[in-house]
Design a binder for this molecule. Structure first.
Ligand code: AHR
Length: 679
């Protein structure tokens, strides 16, 4: 990126600037940069009318969208390290390898108890013939191997049945070279026909991104095993069998207003048999029926044959996660329609009742008191108090009259029983076109509470459409920008990257959403997570490998909007017009009534360094200094990566102010947030 030449007239605006790494926690040592290069003073004074409230910003305004895509759940935030722990993948031994040499054919048998256990029919029968340690075993490769941390405790468990004898199982983590980096041994006592669970804990002796787990069997006779599991102990909130804490911390750090789950297309499924059914995702994990993940086979160019949903992370855990991070839970339910890009199956209207009942039961599960059927289920899972569900989505990216007629059945039943639940309705896959226009019209006729709009578009679209909501109906349905991301190439292209250009364009667009917070009540970037070795869809907000995470420039944009949302929108005008593209600048202003601050967000989408004078009206005084948080990069193509996770990251500066004027330096291709006290 070329920096603009500094013009003479800008010498006057040289300001003393203090830079420090962006951090809300640490008052990091400040390094003093003596002079800021003089920017180009562009025409027009900007006025902020700090006492003219235009809209209230909903606490839900900036949230997150979670879907088990790109190994977001299994192999991602769900911290289980064993892949195919219950032998339920379509290839039952996927992820497993036999170690040593079985004495006879059939010494490892995949057994299927079928109707006896429909949720978890398969287990593995191991026949041992006086085997000593190291002669016969199994190895699990993990999800793209296993990330293991030195000195950290690991919880191993399995279910077993040993009808005829006692066995010893040696559990051993190995590094890429095959060297042991921790383990333990356990004894499986004769159990007759009864299934038992055994567990052990051990510490790892090395950090290893590419570990595997070996099990060596010792003894004589038949040993049945199932639900082989290994979890790190440093899970989120140290919950056994819980979530990967570094990934969840990235979300918590954003203080998201809501968390949408479980998707995305995963809600719909390839066909109706593969739709997401929340009732099958709660209770003991061994009773949660494994199902193929639709992203396993969705893209021929990115097949992921080992991608399944164990539902170890299910609806109870999603609600708990929302509560943990202070976000409103926002479940999206199937509307009786499978993905219209796939089978496009719909349930006949005469058979839709069970789908609607699932929605009613979900509300009771989340909110019902413990005397209700589903409230009791929640209490028995360890959460007697309500999850206080207020928002519910019916359908994801569904379209056509078939959606509207199904949605009407859902809406009637839900509103009759739970009038206070706000329903979110789909406006399809695109923010314009025939399908969108039809749904927009029909949903508004139905007085939809909230309409879910999705846009995966080029960065230019985001800049050109930053005023999209300026002319929306102020009195009708509210808008949830439920999925959006600027595409550096094109939607579903594997070439899409999380460049600074995409993040900056989103920031510009988001100023338009914020300015229209009376219409747009919620927004979330999508998708959220991606594993660098297991993704199907790019771009994504947060990338991870087995041990590390990093936020993309897009993550920092989302985080900055969320942490600086304020409570109310106030006008920010240039020549009496919102700043939305003039001189390639995009801006919004809010105040925070709790802290008495004015918060400005300005994107300079031009290659020129600019400076703007901002006059603040409607207040007595502005503070004597303002904090600037600036996100910018050395080029529009800049990205973050595992190797360079904070290549693009926010930096803080302090600028001195005089009176009620803010003389604002705006770096080329930058996103700046100004916070200043008012009185
Ligand atoms: O975010 C990825 C996918 O994009 C979602 O699953 C779907 O809703 C959209 O098409």
């Amino acid at each position: 990126m070329k920096r603009a030449m500094h013009s003479k007239e800008n010498k006057q605006s040289k300001a003393r600037i203090i830079l420090r790494p962006f951090s809300f926690l640490l008052p990091a040592a400040m390094c003093i940069v003596p002079f800021f290069p003089g920017p180009v003073q562009t025409s027009g004074v900007i006025t902020v009318k700090a006492n003219e409230i235009k809209a209230t910003i909903q606490p839900t305004m900036w949230g997150v969208f979670f879907e088990d895509i790109n190994m977001g759940a299994d192999g991602g935030i769900y911290a289980e390290l064993i892949k195919n722990r219950s032998f339920e993948f379509n290839k039952p031994m996927m992820g497993w390898k036999v170690l040593g040499k079985p004495a006879t054919e059939g010494d490892f048998l995949v057994m299927n108890r079928q109707a006896l256990n429909t949720a978890n029919p398969r287990f593995l029968r191991v026949s041992l013939h006086n085997n000593a340690k190291g002669s016969l075993g199994l190895s699990n490769e993990g999800f793209r191997k296993m990330g293991i941390k030195n000195n950290l405790g690991y919880d191993f468990s399995l279910q077993y049945r040993a009808p005829s004898g006692n066995f010893k199982i040696y559990v051993e983590l190995i590094d890429e070279k095959g060297m042991s980096i921790g383990g333990a041994s356990i004894t499986a006592q004769r159990s007759g026909e009864e299934w038992k669970k055994m567990s052990t804990t051990f510490k790892a002796s090395a950090t290893e991104p590419g570990a595997k787990l070996n099990l060596w069997f010792e003894g004589d006779g038949i040993l049945d095993i199932d639900m082989v599991s290994l979890f790190p102990q440093d899970t989120w909130k140290n919950r056994p069998g819980g979530m990967r804490s570094d990934m969840i911390q990235m979300l918590a750090d954003m203080k998201p207003g809501f968390i949408r789950f479980p998707g995305g297309c995963i809600v719909e499924g390839f066909d109706l048999s593969q739709r997401y059914q929340w009732k099958k995702t709660i209770g003991p994990v061994e009773e949660r029926q494994v199902m193929i993940n639709r992203w396993n086979f969705e893209f021929a160019h990115r097949p992921t044959p080992d991608y399944f949903q164990t539902f170890g992370l299910g609806f109870f855990e999603y609600f708990q996660l929302a509560e943990d991070i202070g976000a409103e839970p926002l479940p999206i339910l199937n509307a009786g329609m499978a993905c219209q890009f796939n089978s496009a199956e719909v349930v006949p209207l005469s058979q839709i009742d069970p789908f609607v009942q699932d929605a009613l039961d979900l509300i009771e599960f989340a909110n019902g008191d413990t005397t209700t059927k589903w409230g009791r289920v929640r209490a028995n899972l360890g959460h007697p108090s309500s999850f206080n569900l207020k928002l519910l989505g019916i359908g994801n990216e569904n379209w056509g009259p078939q959606y509207i007629e199904r949605l009407k059945v859902f809406s009637k039943a839900i509103k009759e029983k739970y009038p206070n639940i706000q329903l979110i309705n789909s406006s399809g896959t695109d923010p314009n076109g025939e399908r969108f226009d039809y749904l927009n019209w029909e949903l508004r006729k139905m007085n939809a509470d909230i309409i879910d709009e999705h846009y995966y578009r080029r960065p230019e679209w985001f800049l050109q459409n930053a005023s999209r909501y300026d002319n929306y109906d102020r009195k009708g349905s509210k808008i949830f920008a439920g999925e959006y991301a600027a595409q550096s190439d094109k939607t579903v292209s594997v070439k899409n990257r999380n460049t600074w250009e995409t993040a900056m364009a989103e920031a510009a667009f988001m100023t338009g959403m914020e300015r229209n917070a009376d219409v747009v009540c919620m927004a979330s970037y999508a998708p959220l997570f991606a594993h660098v070795d297991g993704w199907q869809w790019t771009p994504d907000m947060i990338w991870v490998d087995n041990l590390q995470t990093f936020g993309t420039p897009n993550y920092y944009v989302q985080k900055l909007f969320s942490l600086n949302k304020g409570t109310n929108v106030v006008p920010l005008l240039e020549n009496n017009k919102p700043l939305s593209g003039q001189d390639s600048l995009y801006a919004s202003a809010t105040i925070d009534k709790n802290t008495n601050e004015l918060i400005l967000k300005i994107v300079n989408a031009s290659a020129n360094e600019q400076s703007k004078n901002i006059e603040v009206e409607g207040i007595k005084k502005l503070g004597s200094s303002a904090t600037l948080t600036v996100l910018k990069a050395n080029g529009l193509d800049e990205v973050n990566s595992i190797a360079n996770p904070t290549n693009v990251k926010p930096m803080e500066q302090i600028i001195k102010l005089k009176g009620k004027r803010i003389s604002l330096p705006l770096a080329p291709y930058s996103f700046t947030i100004v916070r200043v006290k008012m009185s």
